[in-house]
Design a protein around this ligand. Structure first.
Ligand code: FEO
Ligand code: CA
Ligand code: CA
Length: 559
C-alpha cells in the first residue's frame, strides 16, 4: 500500500509546530534519524528568531574554507590520516553519512565517507601531465596505491565539548577499496562471476532503513573502460582513457557502475544489480508503510536519465522493478524485459537489460536530462528534488533543480508531474547544483560543482560565482526562497556530501579535490587544510554554530 500523501504531511506536520519529530528513517539520504526533541520557543526567543538576519557570504576565490557569520568548522579527518593500525583514510572524499550506534546518543556513531577518485600526483607522485601517453608509464605499484585510495571509509566518531573526533583503532573502523571482494546481488553471474573486485568512482550515496550505507559507482569507465555495442549488437571494448587499471588487472567493466551496499557491522558489501548499471550519482530510499522500498537514483552524464526502483518485497533491493522517467509525459517506464516487447527484441534477458540500462531506457523513450546529480525528498511535502547540474552539450551551463511530484504523493506511483524548482544562473546567485540536504526545518542546503578547469576563468560563464560554494534556501521568513551562500570552498575544490547529524546541530561536509589544477607539486594551487605537509588534502569537516541551530528552528516563526 502506498504511503498516502495526507498521512505523510500530517505526520511531518508535527515538526512544523515544533513538538517533534522527523520520522525515524527520514526517507532520504540527507538526514538520518532520531533528532533531539525540539522545544517550543518562548515569545522572546521567537521575536529574536524573527529578527535574525542570515548574512550572505560574498563569492570568493580565496584559498580557504570560508564560512558566513554564525558558522564554525573543525576538521574531522583528512586524506592519509590513520584510522587503525592497518589503514589510512582514502582520497577525494565525497558522500558522507552518519549512523548513531545508539539511537539515544546522537554524538557517537559511524561516519561513512566515499572516496571518489584519485589524483596520482599526490597519491603516487605520478604526474599525468608529464607524458603524452601517461598510461604507458604508470607502474603497478602506483596503480595499487590508486586502488587503495578509492572506495570508502568507515570511522567511528564522537563529539565531545563541541568537537567531533575519530576514535582511532575502533573495531568498526575499516576501509573498502578498489580491491575489496564484493558480492553481486543477483541470481545470475555477471561476466561469469558472482562477485566483483573492488568498488570505485564512489560519488554520492544513501542510507537504508536497516542502517547500512549505500555508495554509488559513478564514472566507472575511467578505470576499466566500457563495453560498447554497434548497430548489429556486436560488443567491443572501449579502453579506459584515464586511469587504465585494466592494463594491470583484467576485470570486466560490467562489474562496475552499480549501487553498492555496505554493512557497517562487518564490512560486508554487495552490488545491487536490480538498480541498474550506469553512472549512479546517488541512491535515495523511501520506505513504504508495508516496508517495501522505493529507491531514486540518477545517471550523472549528459542526456542520461532518472530512475526509480520499487521493491515488491519488504526491505529488498533485488526483488522489484526498475523504472526510468519520462519527465515530459510524467510516466515511470518499466525496464522489464518480460513485459516490454521492445526490450525483448534487443536484449537476451533481464540481466542484460540491467547491465545495459542506458540503452534500454532510450529504447523505451526515457527523457534525456541535464546530468542528474543528487536527489532528496522534501520532508514537508514529500516532493522529490533532483539536481540537474549542467549540460554543456546543450548550452545549459548553470543547471537547475527539478521537482518531481508523485501522483497523490505516493512514492510507488507510476505517474508524476515534473517542473523546475530553481534555475541556476546569475539571477539566483548559484551555478551547477550538485548535493542537496534538508535540515530539520525543511530548509534546503545545496552545494555547487562548477568544474575546476572552468572556474575563475575570464572567458568562462562561471566567473561571477568564483569558488564552489555551499548555499541554503530558507523555507520561512523574509529570505524564504532566496539562495544564500554560506560557505566558499578552497581553490579548485568542491564541497560535497552535506549530511546533518541526528540532532541536526552538525553539518558534516566533504572538501573534495582542493588544488586539483596543480601541475607542480612544489607549487600547488591550494594548500588547504594548511597542515605540515604543505600540500592540499581532501578532508571531512564538521560545521556547527548558531546559524544552523537557528535554521533548524525557523519553522517555528510560521506557527
Ligand atoms: Fe561525482 Fe556527479 O558527481
Ligand atoms: Ca556529485
Ligand atoms: Ca559533481
Amino acid at each position: 500500500m502506498a504511503y498516502s500523501r495526507r498521512k505523510f504531511i500530517s505526520f511531518l506536520g508535527k515538526a512544523s509546530i515544533g513538538a517533534a519529530i522527523v520520522p525515524p528513517f527520514l526517507i532520504s539520504c540527507g538526514n538520518t534519524s532520531t533528532p533531539a526533541e525540539t522545544k517550543a520557543l518562548s515569545n522572546d526567543e521567537l521575536k529574536k528568531l524573527k529578527s535574525f538576519v542570515l548574512e550572505a557570504l560574498p563569492a570568493s576565490d580565496k584559498d580557504d574554507l570560508l564560512l558566513t557569520k554564525g558558522l564554525d568548522y573543525h576538521t574531522i579527518i583528512k586524506w592519509g590520516d590513520k584510522i587503525s593500525n592497518e589503514d589510512t583514510f582514502g582520497f577525494n572524499n565525497d558522500f558522507t553519512c552518519f549512523i548513531p550506534l545508539d539511537k539515544n546518543n546522537p554524538k557517537d556513531g559511524l561516519l561513512w565517507v566515499n572516496h571518489e577518485y584519485i589524483n596520482s600526483l599526490y597519491i603516487a607522485g605520478f604526474n599525468y601531465r608529464d607524458y603524452e601517453n601517461p598510461l604507458e608509464h604508470i607502474t603497478l605499484e602506483q596503480v595499487d596505491k590508486e586502488m587503495y585510495n578509492v572506495g570508502g571509509s568507515i570511522v567511528r566518531i564522537k563529539e565531545e565539548n563541541g568537537k567531533w573526533k575519530v576514535i582511532e583503532n575502533d573495531p568498526y573502523n575499516r576501509r573498502i577499496t578498489g580491491k575489496t571482494p564484493i558480492q553481486l546481488n543477483w541470481d545470475h553471474p555477471i561476466k561469469g562471476k558472482t562477485s566483483a573486485i573492488g568498488t570505485l568512482a564512489n560519488c554520492s550515496g544513501g542510507i537504508t532503513p536497516w542502517n547500512t550505507f549505500l555508495t554509488c559507482e559513478e564514472n566507472y569507465d575511467g578505470f576499466y573502460g566500457e563495453t560498447e555495442y554497434d548497430e548489429n549488437n556486436i560488443a567491443s571494448k572501449i579502453p579506459s582513457n584515464y586511469y587504465g587499471w585494466e592494463n594491470f588487472y583484467d576485470y570486466p567493466p560490467e562489474h562496475y557502475g552499480w549501487v553498492v551496499e555496505i554493512n557497517p557491522q562487518d564490512g560486508t558489501a554487495q552490488k545491487h544489480i536490480a538498480l541498474g548499471r550506469f553512472a549512479h550519482e546517488c541512491c535515495t530510499l523511501y520506505e513504504l508503510e508495508d516496508k517495501r522500498v522505493v529507491a531514486y537514483t540518477g545517471d550523472d552524464s549528459n542526456n542520461e536519465h532518472l530512475y526509480k526502483f520499487i521493491s515488491s518485497k519488504p526491505g529488498s533491493l533485488k526483488i522489484g522493478t526498475l523504472y526510468v522517467a519520462d519527465t515530459i509525459n510524467g510516466k515511470w517506464l518499466a525496464l522489464d524485459w518480460e513485459n516490454q516487447p521492445l526490450l525483448k527484441k534487443k536484449f537476451k534477458d533481464q540481466t542484460e537489460v540491467l547491465i545495459r540500462a542506458r540503452e534500454a531506457a532510450k529504447i523505451l523513450g526515457a527523457t534525456p536530462l541535464n546530468r542528474p546529480e543528487d536527489i532528496e525528498i522534501d520532508p514537508i511535502t514529500g516532493n522529490i528534488f533532483v539536481s540537474l547540474t549542467n549540460n554543456k552539450s546543450k548550452n545549459d551551463f548553470h543547471g537547475s533543480i527539478l521537482k518531481i511530484e508523485e501522483t497523490n504523493g505516493a512514492f510507488d506511483a507510476l505517474t508524476f508531474k515534473a517542473s523546475t524548482y530553481k534555475a541556476g544562473g546569475e539571477e539566483n546567485g548559484f551555478s551547477c547544483p550538485d548535493n542537496l540536504a534538508f535540515d530539520q526545518s525543511g530548509n534546503l542546503w545545496i552545494t555547487s560543482d562548477m568544474s575546476g578547469s572552468w572556474m575563475n576563468k575570464e572567458d568562462k560563464p562561471y566567473m561571477p560565482f568564483k569558488n564552489n560554494s555551499l548555499f541554503v534556501i530558507p523555507r520561512y521568513g523574509k529570505d524564504a526562497g532566496k539562495v544564500i551562500r554560506v560557505a566558499s570552498a578552497p581553490r579548485d575544490a568542491e564541497l560535497t556530501g552535506p549530511w546533518f547529524s541526528p540532532d541536526g546541530k552538525t553539518l558534516f561536509l566533504s572538501v573534495q579535490h582542493p588544488g586539483e589544477q596543480t601541475t607542480d607539486i612544489n607549487n600547488p594551487t591550494s594548500k588547504w587544510p594548511f597542515d605540515e605537509d604543505n600540500i592540499p588534502k581532501p578532508a571531512v569537516v564538521a560545521i556547527t554554530g548558531d546559524l544552523i541551530e537557528k535554521m533548524n528552528k525557523l519553522n517555528q516563526i510560521e506557527g
